[in-house]
Design a protein around this ligand. Structure first.
Ligand code: NAP
Length: 280
């Protein structure tokens, strides 16, 4: 896997911006995405379950930017579907987005039923072959889920988007990704704001003349992860991509590494293995 500060190459040679813009729980996704695009973001991360693909699509269309400059990710909710359901779900997402293809399509959560897992993944491969997406990946897959996909013998996901921030750094999963050539995507890259009050981040930020959020996002870039911070605020949307003017040194990186909570209590979202039960 190769990457620069700006992009990472997904399986199949698809270049993905390493800093994107998330819209889960956006107050107004149309306005937020329009602002993000105006500020220079080119990668937008949405999902069917966010129920804002129509607003995202309107902002993409309204931006006047050529499709080739945009990188759009959406996710199919696979918890209660099989192959036809996954195909239909992806096509409905494309209709809402007003696009004939997305750049990356993710299975939003793993499913522990092997047959179900296989049929959903076959649907993803079919959508890739049909040109409805340029790359396919997964989200919230643990090593056991990735091993299961590998045992099926087909294509591996290009990317696995998981909860990842200084309190929950996912070292074991990242090692599995590295071994399998899977790009690590970070959701809640700012820990939904919960990590930003850490005094050590304030000290690092002061030294570099930036904010704690910028330190955390710079840390993601230097770790090689793809981060998709969300904001509804124009000032924070701008600041979150203003990361070029400083670099974290070894001591900074060690200090951020020390924020990881090894007891798992840094996690803020659901445990992937349990999401079926949460959703049902
Ligand atoms: N695949 C999955 O299962 C999954 C799950 C969750 C999220 N995601 C994706 O990941 C994206 C980001 O995750 P997230 O929205 O949960 O969390 P996040 O990006 O870590 O944090 C967003 C929160 O931080 C605040 N914030 C943003 N920039 C800030 C800054 N510079 N300073 C202080 N506060 C700041 C935002 O408030 P304001 O809006 O007021 O700025 C918001 O409350 C989502 O939008 C979604 O696209 C994926």
């Amino acid at each position: 896997m190769t990457h620069t500060d700006d992009t990472v190459l997904l399986d199949g040679g698809v270049a993905m911006p390493r800093l994107g813009f998330g819209v889960s729980e956006s107050r107004d996704a149309h306005a937020a995405v329009a602002e993000a695009l105006a500020q220079g973001y080119r990668s937008i991360d949405t999902a069917a379950v966010y129920e804002n693909e129509t607003g995202v699509g309107a902002a993409l269309a309204g931006s006047g930017l050529p499709r080739s400059e945009l990188f759009v990710t959406t996710k199919v909710w696979n918890v209660d579907g099989d192959r036809p359901d996954a195909l239909g779900a992806a096509r409905r997402s494309l209709d809402r987005l007003g696009l004939d293809h997305v750049d990356l399509l993710l299975v939003h959560w793993p499913n522990d039923d092997l047959g179900h897992c296989l049929s959903t993944w076959e649907a993803m491969e079919q959508l890739l072959a049909e040109g409805r997406t340029r790359a396919v990946g997964v989200s919230n897959f643990r090593p056991s889920h990735l091993r299961r996909l590998r045992s099926l013998g087909g294509r591996l996901p290009a990317l696995n988007q998981v909860e990842l921030h200084p309190h929950h750094q996912q070292p074991e999963l990242r090692a599995v990704h590295a071994a399998l050539g899977i790009v690590t995507g970070a959701w809640s890259p700012l820990g939904r704001g919960a990590v930003l009050g850490e005094p050590v981040l304030a000290r690092i930020a002061d030294r570099h003349g930036v904010t704690p959020a910028q330190v955390v996002l710079r840390w993601h870039l230097q770790q090689g992860t793809v981060a998709v911070p969300k904001s509804d605020d124009a000032g924070r949307i701008a600041a979150n991509r203003d990361l070029a003017g400083f670099t974290l040194d070894g001591a900074d990186l060690d200090a951020v590494a020390a924020l990881h909570r090894t007891d798992g209590r840094g996690r803020i979202g659901p445990v992937p293995d349990r999401v079926d039960r949460i959703a049902s």
